[in-house]
Design a protein around this ligand. Sequence first.
Ligand code: NOJ
Length: 719
Amino acid sequence: MTDKQIRELLASMSLEEKLGEMTQMAPNFFGTEDSVDLTGPMKQMNLRSEDVAYLGSTLNAFGAEKLIQMQKEHMARQPHHIPLMFMADVIHGLKTIYPIPLAMGCSFDTGLMEEAAAMAARESAVTGVHLTFSPMADLVRDPRWGRVMESPGEDPVLNARMTEAAVRGYQGDDIAAPDRIASCFKHFGGYGASEAGRDYNTVDISDGTLREFYLTAYKAAVDAGAAMAMTSFNTIDRIPASGNKKMFRKILREEWGFDGVAITDFSAIHEMIAHGIAADGKEAARYALEAGADIEMMSAHYLNYARELIEEGKVDIGLIDEAVLRILQLKNKLGLFENPFKGADPDKEKEVHLCKEHLELARRAAARSIVLLKNEGGLLPLAKDAKVGLAGPFADSVDVLGGWAFADSAERATLLNGLKEHGVNITATAMTQRMGAMQRGIMDVEDQTAELTALADCDVVIAGVGEHPEDTGESASKTVLRLSHNQEKMLERLHDMGKKVIAVIFSGRPMEIRPVLPFCDAVVQAWFLGIEAGPAIADVLCGDVNPSGRLSMSFPQTVGQVPVYYNHMNTGRPLAGKPHRFVSCYLDCPNEPLFPFGYGLSYSEYRYSGLSVEKAVDAEDGTMLKVSVDVENVSDVAGRETIQLYIHDVVASVVRPVKELKDFVQVDLGAHEKKTVSFKVTREMLSYWNNQARVFEPGDFEIMVGHSSEELLTARVTL
Ligand code: NOJ
């Protein structure tokens, strides 16, 4: 349709139709079980069955045949035959599940992220989905928060790069294409800063921290052309995000020029009552309309109260029209007026879902997301003739996909399967009963350490340990981040038996693994890697893939350090040398994390030298410095190195972080190969928010390049 036709359509719609467009309900509100729904959720929301005909979108409905049918029935009922938009939480793949976003962050591979998102788009589009509620661009610093698994991590630059890659992957150049979907970034904003890591909790951060850290990746999503933004559950400046004018009208729309659709998170308008800023649903609806929330997800305050608000002159009809126009424009960009079924195709669905190319990509992504944390004496890769024992609750578990996985079967995903496929000589297994979930009240595996004697003849034991995926994700905050007691005991016992122990950790967050490190000769952080987890882990354990993942989030020494992140501010009493009184430190723990951001081992060894920083002004792209460094693979094994560039502004008008990642590049280095890698440092990279505006201030800067946020060569330059 032309824009003129869209506007004409808008002009011909009744107020109820408009408010329906602005309301999203779950699929069970549609369909034939109206009578059931009327006594349940519909009644609770005070919805009449005729309102269903006006609804503009639904969420988390899947299956080409079903969605084609739903679309037909809905369009027949909708007075202007306006098609529904099908939205869904396709967070890390639909059927071909790839690693959780935190793990994808560890790949530092934006090309891979884009490919993975494009794959998710293909699988979603053939099933009839039009839009995904992804990527989650929330910056995260607190592993107690279960949703860290859905974020690319703690760094704004890495987050931004991963976020824009995901948006590109989902949307391509044209969201109307049959194999693309629209992308909704979330949760705007600052949801990752929930106090004490407790989900849905208050967020209270300074404007500078908000602008420089938390908002960066959302802005990248906007710049990459994301079609939709979702509000968050938290408050910002004491106003809930769904009613927050500063966030939605000022920053998102005025400052960043976002012209897409804004949707609230699930029942977030209703929650303004519990927050205590709205007396009732009517007032909550007014706040959300004023803030510019176009679609209300899973509560019906627009449908129930907007008419009254308009009639009483409390809300201008212009706000409604503006919102509906944006929604219709999105439907039009998706091509739904021409083809309401878009890519939905039951035959293609069978071909595309879990096809060979997709599984290969998921395996590659999984192998690249693994982070090798410890490898004493070069225990890994496994010696070909090693007699291997397998132990632990994740040794033969299918619960390794991670949250938001709508896969039907995960038999291939087990560690045991991967090792078998590689022909690993597994001579014995012990204590492999599956892990319970705290969520379900089972916090541990049974103590069956006596069984471990079965492993007496093995040289090496691979222990699959971790946390249940149900204990990660939304509403899965935890205060204890250690492995469960019996898992820790198992690792200790294996060590005491004189075994070489390889711990493979499955988790959706950095866990507190310091207590078990002395018992483990090697530690492989396997996150939740998706449908190809087992084969990919075995690729790394057996040496077919040289691990190249780097931590996208720091691992705390103890939960008492949390939040602990690499790009913290300078203090007036910094710790230098040993901890002592009256400087900023703990009496009982180092300040540093156990493993810092950017850290990860490989089967290769890299040496950095020759850091050079030259002034190289290019007014056009804002370049101020050219930085180069030599990186040499000093081992006999080819590998991939992620070279990280950090800066530190030595003196500035507001306190600056001790270091900030500004760029990174990945290079493949053959055995004993050396390459020179260069970076440009732009004025923008050296600028920051001085509490009023983004500014560049001349002066001294430290430029650091290296292997992780703690292993760096440093040069100083005056600008
Ligand atoms: C609530 C979650 O916070 C959000 O991330 C998700 O997209 C919606 N529910 C829809 O399922």
